[in-house]
Design a protein around this ligand. Structure first.
Ligand code: SDX
Length: 429
């Protein structure tokens, strides 16, 4: 069943080409977005539209997340991220994204119980970690392990639900957390720590990451709170690169585990989720150099491939609302934890200098979700190569929600067209 808005009082756009006038229906979203529906264009005219990287193309109708890039607004199912960060936990936000509404108390309890029941990794998979090189990047480990999950559990794909999707979703959200902690423990040569049934989602993750047989980790409520904030803010972001990968791969009726594995791989790119780790690398270089202006100039230099990591966004042409919340939360958390991180000072100085520079202002380049998040992860004690894993941990419910929406509203495989500009057959003579 398509999510396409009901066609009431349809307006039309007119496309004139040679002696033809083509009428194309206008669709208007619930937040007022206006689109030209070209679904029948090729069938009726033989023509296609051309839009590399989809800068101007809506690939679907979605009810999950709304991003207003001009006004810096972000809401999940109509609930603003500010409201979710203030009054809800990540698990409730995951429920909202997956089921379309915030859970009532009993639903929240049942969902937490489901997550807990599916938090263990199949024991045979635990030994997979022993076979990766110690220096393997955890994002590559996670995408491999997620693909392997499909060999251990009943298949769930667009055509066959051999397991209840809510159970499968709980396993994906919970097992990813367990695997992430296992990957970290393996990388530092410590024994893995199993999840505890008495701990809520974020506290359990911290327990699995930082407890050890000789050093029980004391869970600090401030750390749990800031982790919930970060996971909520990263939980979904409509048709970003990795979510588009999930919707595309899933449309071929690939099982959900392998489909999510494709999303993890897409997110690992430095232009996407990998940026949070790249920001810290950049800030450390600037602290070492002591020269912010040098990096601002490099970022503006067309002959340099250097970019100000954590700056700019395909959709936001003003402050990323998540960056505004994270910047304040970063300040408050470091003050509460009595941590003085020189990277924060440099980040704020960099932001101040950049936002006074016409190069950035004229291109609407503002701090995005990745600019300050790494400083908080550092303060929690999470290693830099795990920052993008944290992004994937948060994005799991968003990816699954989009996969569910795609399989319920789209029956065709995603297969864009192209304009061929290569050699023609007659060239062969
Ligand atoms: C995420 O899509 C999402 O929703 C993603 C995300 C999510 O929640 O899923 O929000 C998460 O991926 C955030 C973005 C993290 N990436 C980075 O911080 C990497 C640094 N940023 C850039 O690489 C860039 O801004 C992108 C990739 C984020 C967006 O690139 P676009 O939309 O393709 O824009 P562009 O590359 O065409 O840039 C437009 C202009 C260019 O200059 P001109 O050719 O016009 O002269 O702006 C310049 C670019 O050179 N530019 C930058 C810049 N970003 C853009 N110049 C210096 N530093 C930058 N960071």
């Amino acid at each position: 069943m398509s999510n396409k808005p009901k066609e009431s009082g349809v307006e039309y756009a007119e496309l004139k080409y040679k002696d033809k006038v083509i009428k194309l229906p206008i669709v208007i979203g619930t937040e007022g977005e206006v689109g030209i529906d070209i679904a029948e264009l090729r069938k009726t005219t033989g023509m296609v539209t051309v839009d590399p990287s989809f800068l101007n193309t809506a690939v679907c109708y979605s009810k999950i997340t709304y991003v207003d890039g001009e006004n810096g607004i972000l809401h999940y199912r109509g609930v603003s991220v500010d409201e979710l960060v203030k009054n809800h936990r990540f698990v409730e936000t995951a429920y909202l994204l997956l089921r379309g509404k915030l859970p009532k108390a009993d639903q929240s309890k049942r969902f937490s119980k489901l997550l807990n029941e599916h938090s263990l990794l199949h024991e045979d998979m635990r030994h997979f970690f022993d076979r990766f090189p110690r220096a393997a990047h955890p994002m590559q480990i996670m995408s491999t392990m997620f693909d392997a999950l499909s060999t251990f559990y009943p298949n769930v794909d667009a055509l066959s639900m051999r397991e209840d999707i809510d159970i499968c979703a709980a396993r994906l959200i919970s097992t990813f957390r367990t695997m992430a902690a296992f990957a970290y423990k393996r990388s530092i040569g410590e024994p893995v720590v199993y999840p505890r049934s008495d701990l809520p989602y974020c506290a359990n993750f911290l327990h699995m990451m930082f407890s050890s047989p000789v050093n029980p980790y004391e869970i600090n409520p401030e750390v749990v709170k800031i982790l919930n904030t970060l996971l909520i803010l990263h939980a979904d972001h409509e048709q970003n690169c990795s979510t588009t990968a999930v919707r595309t791969v899933g449309s071929a009726q690939v099982n959900l585990y392998s489909t999510i594995s494709a999303g993890i791989s897409a997110l690992s790119g430095p232009l996407h989720g990998g940026a949070n780790q790249a920001v810290i690398d950049m800030l450390k270089r600037i602290v070492k150099d002591g020269d912010v202006k040098k990096y601002i100039d490099k970022a503006k230099d067309k002959n340099s491939s250097f970019r100000l990591m954590g700056f700019g966004h395909r959709v936001y042409k003003t402050f990323d609302p998540r960056a505004v919340i994270i910047k304040k939360a970063c300040h408050d958390f470091l003050a509460t934890m009595n941590i003085n991180d020189p990277l924060l000072e440099v980040a704020m100085h960099l932001e101040e200098v950049a936002l006074k520079d016409d190069y950035f202002v004229s291109r609407n380049l503002y701090p995005n979700v990745d600019f300050y998040s790494g400083i908080i992860y550092r303060a929690i004690g999470i290693p830099e190569n795990m920052f993008t894993v944290m992004f994937a941990l948060a994005r799991m419910p968003g990816w699954i929600a989009h996969w569910k929406e795609m399989i319920s509203s789209q029956t065709k495989i995603t297969r864009p067209r192209q304009i061929y500009v290569g050699k023609t057959m007659k060239h062969e003579k």
